[in-house]
Unconditional design. Structure first.
Length: 95
């Protein structure tokens, strides 16, 4: 996400495997967290061996399910506060 501090930018950059060992950056709308969800500003993201085939042949979702960052927005009913540093291992994702 880009934009001035405190302002909610309308878009963010997302990396996608495009096949043939290519990674492309795409501009996407910033998602709004729903109930029980948080929005994380990603500081770094790791890729693992399970993503090798997607890297080689392409995949329609943004990849990288090992993420570190900071919570910037929370949905209703969450117990995490904005500003909390987090490390995530995602098994379900949007995008």
């Amino acid at each position: 996400m880009t934009g001035r501090k405190g302002a909610r930018p309308p878009t963010m950059l997302a990396a996608r495997f495009a096949g043939d060992r290519r990674v492309v950056l795409e501009e996407k709308p910033v998602p709004v967290p729903g109930a029980g969800q948080v929005l994380v500003r990603v500081a770094c993201c790791a890729l693992c061996g399970s993503e090798r085939e997607q890297y080689l042949h392409g995949y329609h979702h943004q990849q990288g399910h090992e993420v570190a960052g900071t919570v910037v927005e929370v949905g209703e009913g969450t117990r995490v506060l904005p500003g909390t540093p987090v490390v995530l291992y995602l098994t379900s994702f949007c995008g």
